[in-house]
Design a protein around this ligand. Structure first.
Ligand code: DC
Length: 221
């Protein structure tokens, strides 16, 4: 079993804050390009419904940051690797996007993500291939997007530096993530699109919460 699974599966069993979702297999799959608002929406949905949340970009960022053979890094990733404080930089994002092209790296991380998605209690995962590859059976699929300029401006507010460079970084990463052969970034045919270019975070979260509530109600009905 992957080292991440041992730890995260144990956490899911003992975390009392997740009691409200106990007994439910329900996955919210969120995909989209960098800095579109996936994380904000994912965290808010997880908190609102008591679901577990996995930022899958962090897995690839941790693999890229570890250095050495990326396949070995992916196979041996531990919770400590995900807790590094240098994973949010532009450089870590680029390194993640580069290692994410490798099918063996992706294969090493699939089982953990699938188990997380379908574990008892409900789960929200955000990334690039959640609704298409990791959990095509997800009860709710969201494709969260925004113009490249909007996304770059948001990222620039977080990381600072030269805004034009942040924009070219975002555009380069979008291109690599969508053009790779294995599990490229693309909207699942049954995903709801949320374009956050002209939406506040609160408004985007409200749209997503409404879609999850509707799916939960259909499941009960
Ligand atoms: O979501 P993020 O910006 O933290 O992701 C960093 C990189 O990781 C992204 O550019 C591509 C890769 N990634 C991926 O290939 N598949 C995922 N499910 C999540 C991220």
């Amino acid at each position: 079993m992957h080292p991440l699974c041992i730890r995260f599966c144990a956490l899911r069993r003992v975390n009392p804050s997740r009691d409200s979702g106990a007994g439910v297999i329900f996955t919210v799959a969120i995909d989209g390009p960098a800095a579109a608002g996936k994380g904000t929406i994912g965290r808010a949905i997880a908190a609102r419904f008591g679901f577990a949340h996995l930022d899958t970009g962090l897995l690839y960022r941790a693999v890229g940051a570890k250095g050495g053979d990326p396949v070995q890094a992916a196979q041996s990733l531990t919770p400590g690797d995900l807790a590094r404080d240098d994973l949010r930089t532009l450089a870590a994002g680029q390194a993640a996007s580069v290692v994410a092209v490798d099918p063996e790296v992706r294969a090493a991380l699939i089982a953990f993500q699938r188990r997380f998605a379908r574990a008892d209690g409900g789960a929200v995962l955000d990334g690039r291939d959640i609704g298409t590859v990791i959990c095509p059976e997800a009860e709710v699929k969201l494709y969260v997007t925004a113009s490249a300029e909007t996304r770059a401006h948001r990222r620039w507010l977080e990381v600072g530096g030269d805004e034009a460079r942040v924009l070219s970084d975002v555009v380069e990463r979008d291109r690599r993530d969508s053009e790779r052969a294995e599990a490229p970034l693309k909207r699942a045919a049954d995903a709801h699109v949320i374009d956050t270019s002209a939406l506040s975070a609160e408004a985007a979260v409200a749209v997503a919460v409404g879609l999850v509530e509707a799916a939960l109600a259909r499941g009960r009905g």
